[in-house]
Design a protein. Structure first.
Length: 140
């Protein structure tokens, strides 16, 4: 069983965990200020958000973990009914904050935001993903 890095717990990423790099709760003001300046609906800003915050935040993950994370996103993207909007909404019932500093209304087509993450991660992590895909995942 693939374990979460630095733990003995199973690694079971969610689509929401992809947004961990956007979480501003425990970051300094400079981080928040720079991130909030970016508009996730503008192409150039979106790509900077994906590269500098989302992909960079996952850089500690070994190749197998990256593969599992991207497969999780791929499964969500293949589901036409997957609610990507909810990943940017505060859940008042459970008191669970979103990782995103932007509300859903600030992101035009949240699904396309995740499609862009998927495309970029596949480009940047191409070698890692190919290496993991060539292995027998049942042995992890």
């Amino acid at each position: 069983m693939l374990k979460a890095p630095f733990t003995e717990l199973p690694y079971t990423p969610t689509v929401a965990s992809i947004l961990a790099g956007l979480d501003v709760e425990y970051k300094d003001e400079a981080f928040k200020t720079e991130l909030i300046k970016l508009d996730p609906s503008k192409k150039e800003d979106r790509q900077k958000i994906i590269n500098d915050y989302i992909i960079a935040d996952q850089s500690y993950l070994p190749y197998r973990h990256r593969f599992v994370l991207i497969k999780t996103l791929e499964e969500a993207l293949s589901d036409n009914n997957y609610d990507f909007d909810s990943l940017f909404e505060y859940d008042y019932d459970s008191n669970n904050p979103t990782s995103s500093p932007w509300e859903t209304s600030k992101i035009k087509t949240p699904r396309s935001f995740f499609e862009d993450i998927f495309r970029t991660a596949n480009e940047i992590w191409k070698d890692d993903l190919l290496k993991a895909a060539s292995e027998d995942q049942s042995t992890w």
